[in-house]
Write a protein that binds this ligand. Structure first.
Ligand SMILES: [Zn+2]
Ligand SMILES: [Zn+2]
Length: 416
């Protein structure tokens, strides 16, 4: 089974169409395909930051020649936030442009995806690091009005990932990409859990293929850490393929669950309070150990109805944690009706089934071993955030998104 073989007008597993029209070039020398890929375009805008420009931007500019009319290179010394200001800086330069070429990883690509969709101008991805799985996904992870939102945007026109460039990426970015892949263990479990509890749409073919990608990547952990070009190619393909799988089902569900909500929590509260937070993939990887431990606490506990915080107490907690972003979370959950749904009777009725599902995911011990092998420090994560923030995250990260996960199950059963 491969990702491409799942393309179908009517998936045998879920009955929905799975399509993904995008040109992908992964491999050594992939950058050399740029002239032919942009042959039909005349006025290109290059978007990068100083680091990604150095990694592949200069070579991209050379290959695009005089069709490259404009460039925007963000400063490389501070974290670029994919917000309204950054989007406006790109949008200012779009006059007469017929294609956007994004050179970079996470934030640069999210920005290009978002701006491209709003302006109706195609964009091409030049990947610089195997650090995240958003290259081939159709959602742009943005921070708008202080909220972390995934804006449905189009797919890139083409994606170029040159393994010579990617294997020269900083080790921390390679670890982050590997960490984002490890997170799928938690995301896939949440998807199955939501299917069981809320009846959410589920595709077993997409689920199984995502899991197979995770296991292949985990098996190559040592070669990835040693940065062999072949292994970096495998990690890159894994990250891109996960993007396809998200596109097939029209949401990030196979790739993003409670572990991503926890990572969004650290990012958002970090931005609100000016506190440091870790790169996306590292937060996701460590949060995968957090959700595994939470599942274990659920399995060890007795399930019964316990008193929960009142609405007043909950709103006070959200305002304390999220500051100016709290009202957005409260409104989101109000619309979703999450707190009005009384799911405790369902949990008790289907307890055996839910427990069996929770027990089927890798244990926290297994995740911690995988983190150690990848050089990701759980100690750094726990000491950076501290116990109070971690318990706030487990209780209230779920309020950032309208998506069911093990965080809701634990909260509603009063287990923290
Ligand atoms: Zn399907
Ligand atoms: Zn991610």
């Amino acid at each position: 089974m491969s990702v491409v073989s799942l393309v179908s007008e009517r998936c045998p597993a879920c009955g929905r169409p799975h399509a993904c029209p995008i040109r992908v070039h992964v491999g050594e020398g992939a950058l050399l395909r740029l002239p032919e890929l942009t042959a039909d375009y005349r006025h290109l805008l290059l978007v990068a930051d100083e680091n990604t420009f150095e990694a592949a931007g200069a070579e991209t500019a050379l290959l695009l020649g005089d069709k490259l009319k404009k460039s925007i290179v963000f400063p490389g010394d501070r974290l670029l936030v994919p917000d309204e200001t950054a989007a406006a800086a790109v949008e200012e330069r779009l006059t007469d442009v017929d294609m956007i070429v994004g050179v970079g990883s996470g934030v640069i690509q999210d920005l290009c995806k978002y701006v491209s969709h709003r302006a109706g101008i195609p964009y091409l991805v030049v990947a610089t690091a195997p650090s995240m799985d958003g290259y081939a996904s159709d959602g742009a992870a943005m921070i708008l009005g202080g909220m972390k939102v995934t804006v449905p945007s189009g797919l890139p026109y083409a994606l170029v990932a040159d393994t010579a460039v990617l294997s020269a990426a900083p080790a921390a970015m390679i670890r982050a990409g590997y960490g984002d892949i490890l997170g799928k263990y938690s995301a896939l479990l949440d998807w199955r859990l939501s299917h069981l509890v809320t009846g959410e749409y589920f595709c077993s073919a997409v689920h199984d293929e995502t899991l197979a990608i995770v296991e292949r990547t985990v098996a190559a952990a040592h070669a990835i850490a040693a940065r062999s070009r072949e292994a970096i190619g495998l990690l890159t393909e894994a990250l891109i393929d996960v993007g396809f799988l998200m596109s097939y089902v029209g949401s990030s569900r196979p790739a993003s669950g409670s572990e991503h909500h926890l990572s969004h929590f650290f990012e958002i509260t970090g931005l609100v309070t000016g506190r440091e937070y870790l790169p996306h993939g590292i937060d996701v990887a460590c949060s995968t150990a957090v959700t595994a431990a939470l599942r274990e606490r659920l399995l060890a506990a007795t399930w019964e109805r316990r008193p929960l915080p009142t609405e007043e107490e909950r709103h006070a907690a959200l305002r304390r944690i999220y500051g100016p972003v709290a009202e957005g979370c409260i409104a989101l959950q109000e619309t979703a009706g999450s707190y009005r749904a009384d799911r405790v009777p369902l949990y008790l009725q289907r307890e055996a089934e839910i427990r069996a599902l929770l027990a089927s995911a890798p244990s926290s011990e297994r995740i911690l071993t995988l983190l150690r092998e990848a050089g990701i420090s759980m100690e750094e994560f726990t000491s950076l955030y501290g116990e109070d923030t971690l318990s706030d995250a487990v209780a209230y990260a779920k309020d950032l998104k309208d998506r069911y996960s093990v965080l809701w199950l634990a909260y509603e059963l009063g287990i923290s």
